[in-house]
Design a protein around this ligand. Structure first.
Ligand SMILES: Cc1ncc(COP(=O)(O)O)c(C=O)c1O
Length: 405
């Protein structure tokens, strides 16, 4: 059964984008101070929508969440050589955004339950050079924000949320991404809602918001006279276009419905297979909601006759679409193994007199999960119906009779 690609774009988006195209004003940003420093009418409306949706004081659109990460890290005013803690289980932009400011990524292992930081290891990696922790809301559920906050109490360490995969999920009644110093969302093609490429930074801190706006828009405008902390900033062109913003406004109207359906898809599947032996279905923290960018699973390999590859091959032969083995191990990427971020002399690591190693075994749980026992169903990629979930659950049950020891 060939499934269509996931598609959340409808007539509303087409109409709205067309209106912008016909107007000829495809972007209305200007780099210097003034109204246009904040972008065009659709960009500002899109940001207003995000601001009220996530209940934050400031929402700043960007042309990708990668740009958003670069802005967010730049906004906390890092110095070269500062350390920022990162999970190995995220998209590479988290780590490269850190390197971008000549800061040093310090990887901390994850736990096997919800793929959030191993809090014991996190505590052990915090030191006087640590300026921030990237809290990644991986697969659709928030990081354990209160526990991270407890660890850094009375320390000058910021938390930056990456909620690229978990838009609309909640943690103790608040939206993921809005609970920390600064956070944000991705609107790339695979996300719950998308604008093709795009992102949104959210914060309740005025200074961080202003710094993000400067980094987004060339950094040349002086917002506050004589404020050296906010001028003289390295800026870029991370501005979102009007077409994307117009699409985003329409997409936002659909977000709650999309999330509800994702949750129904996931529940239909999970409820039917959760009592199968040897498979861990998503563990949702009390007080959190999961929006299922993907449905993550962990196999207890002692229970099976076969390794993960063979198990997934058997499932794929049953025509189950969207099963993916493993996730990632950022610390093992060549950029970290060879320390080749800038030039060939090991910069930025070589410039600071502290040896950081990214050896295999650094993040044992992440490595074990990636190499051997983790897989997911890519709800973000295909146009699944409830009937697919029912059928897939039936097939899992059938396969399980063959593969258990
Ligand atoms: C966890 C995470 N962080 C960052 C990004 C980067 O977002 P973008 O593609 O909008 O640059 C992604 C994109 O998939 C992601 O999943």
């Amino acid at each position: 059964m060939k499934l269509k690609k996931y598609n959340s774009i409808g007539n509303e988006e087409i109409k709205s984008a067309l209106k912008v195209i016909k107007s000829g004003v495809l972007s209305d940003f200007v780099g210097s101070k003034g109204r246009n420093f904040e972008g065009g009418k659709y960009v500002r409306k899109f940001e207003k929508k995000a601001q009220s949706y996530f209940k934050v004081k400031y929402a700043i659109s960007v042309n990708s969440w990668t740009s958003g990460l670069i802005c967010s890290i730049g906004a906390i005013d890092p110095s070269p050589g500062d350390e920022i803690i990162c999970t190995p289980w995220t998209m590479c932009a988290c780590a490269t955004a850190i390197l971008h400011w000549n800061c040093i990524p310090v990887f901390v292992d994850i736990n096997k339950d919800n793929f959030n930081y191993d809090l014991k290891q996190l505590k052990s990696k915090i030191n006087s050079r640590t300026i921030a922790i990237l809290a990644v809301d991986i697969f659709g559920q928030s990081e354990n924000i209160d526990e991270i906050k407890k660890l850094i109490k009375n320390k000058k360490i910021k938390i930056i949320s990456d909620t690229a995969q978990a838009i609309g999920s909640t943690y103790k009644g608040k939206y993921s991404g809005s609970l920390t110093d600064i956070g944000g969302y991705s609107f790339n093609y695979h996300k719950h809602i998308n604008t093709g490429e795009g992102g949104m930074i959210v914060t309740n801190n005025k200074n961080l918001a202003q710094r993000c706006k400067l980094i987004r828009n060339h950094g040349e405008a002086v917002i506050k006279k004589n404020d050296k902390s906010i001028s003289n900033i390295l800026g870029y062109n991370f501005r979102l276009g009007e077409i994307e913003a117009a699409i985003g406004i329409e997409q936002f109207k659909k977000l709650k419905k999309i999330i509800k359906f994702r949750q129904k898809l996931a529940k239909t599947f999970i409820d039917r297979i959760s009592n199968l032996e040897g498979i861990q279905t998503p563990i949702i923290r009390k007080g959190s909601t999961h929006v299922y960018y993907v449905i993550p699973f962990v196999l207890d390999l002692k229970k099976f006759k076969y390794k993960r590859k063979k198990i997934l091959d058997i499932l794929k032969k049953e025509k189950i679409t969207g099963l993916v083995a493993g996730y990632t191990n950022l610390h093992l990427l060549p950029i970290f193994q060879n320390k080749i971020a800038y030039g060939k002399k090991g910069f930025p690591w070589s410039s600071f007199n502290k040896k950081i190693k990214y050896q295999k075994g650094l993040c044992k749980n992440a490595e074990e999960l990636h190499d051997k026992s983790f897989f997911y169903l890519a709800l973000c990629s295909y146009d699944y119906k409830i009937s697919h979930m029912k059928l897939y659950a039936k097939k899992f049950k059938k396969v399980w009779e063959r593969i258990l020891k």
